[in-house]
Ligand binder design. Structure first.
Ligand code: ZN
Length: 299
């Protein structure tokens, strides 16, 4: 009897130890969203991303909001190093030299960085930021900033022709096409899916060093686009860090797209860890010719 009790106790101990051993894998990743200035509705988009990231069960999210435009930025010093990944929803005035250096050091040292839509408009005159994000728009960007990057004849090409960086046509739903399904962010993702109404950024320019274009979208001249297949999901290697960049996400409504949400979760996890465990494709994922949105009215 005693022996049997002892055995049962051992089994119990083993079960507890086993559980403890598996706990770190389930530990949540810490995300810091940076916002506070943007020519977009950051007050509307940050909560959408925060909610989706938290609801996945994989992340906890804090938000660092900068002072408003025209106010002293000296005190804006987010503690980037305390996080697994920093997500920029910021398009505004320059940060202090100290804060800019802290972001570079963080990513250089192996931190994750996520760039959403107009975050690639910011800091046009900051060369290291441009290297980190790969491609950007507006902010004085032109041929001196680097090439356009397009998908032509089955491959990614760099187009050095002169012209401004940053443009978009009329907002509309558009099809996203996966060009590299080997990457953890796009592995198992349907090859084509219809993104909800959004601005299709075209003519982005930048150093585009160590860039890996995973998906593109055709910027149709009929809606005012460039007539090129433009990068929509891509990564950039910067120092020891990983950068995930999507030009999608103009509005809260565009972020309700299930394809955007899936991409955001996978991209953020990959930037944080280099892996993607959120591999399940949601049942309501968009079809090649059909938009799918969650939460709230789509306009
Ligand atoms: Zn926009």
């Amino acid at each position: 009897m005693l022996r049997r009790l002892f055995c049962r106790a051992l089994v119990l101990v083993a079960a507890v130890v086993g559980f403890a051993a598996s706990a770190p894998a389930a530990e949540k990743l810490k995300v810091l969203i940076v916002d506070g200035q943007n020519n977009h509705n950051w007050q509307g988009t940050t909560p959408v991303m925060k909610k989706e990231l938290e609801q996945s069960g994989r992340f906890t999210v804090d938000v660092a909001t900068s002072p408003p435009k025209g106010q002293d930025m000296a005190g804006f010093k987010p503690d980037f190093k305390a996080y697994d990944v920093v997500l920029s929803n910021y398009n505004g005035e320059e940060w202090s030299a100290e804060t800019k250096q802290a972001l570079l050091d963080y990513v250089n040292g192996g931190g994750g960085f996520v760039v959403i839509h107009a975050a690639n408009n910011s800091f046009g005159g900051w060369p290291e930021y441009n290297r980190m994000i790969g491609l950007g728009g507006w902010g004085g960007r032109n041929e001196k900033s680097g090439p356009y990057v397009r998908f032509r004849d089955g491959k990614i090409v760099r187009d050095e022709s002169a012209g401004p960086g940053g443009h978009h046509g009329k907002q509309h739903p558009f099809q996203v096409v996966v060009r590299n399904a080997e990457h953890p962010i796009t592995a198992g993702m349907p090859t084509t899916w219809m993104h909800a109404q959004d601005e299709l950024y075209d003519k982005l320019r930048g150093p585009a060093e160590a860039i890996d274009v995973l998906a593109t979208a055709y910027a149709d001249p009929a809606t005012g686009g460039s007539g090129e297949h433009e990068p929509m999901i891509f990564t950039v290697a910067y120092g020891k860090g990983r950068v995930f960049h999507t030009p999608m996400g103009h509005s809260p409504e565009a972020m309700h797209c299930v394809g955007f949400i899936t991409t955001l979760l996978r991209g953020t996890e990959w930037a944080a860890t280099g892996k993607v465990t959120l591999t399940e494709i949601p049942k309501d994922f968009p079809k090649p010719d059909q938009v799918s949105v969650r939460g709230g009215r789509f306009e």
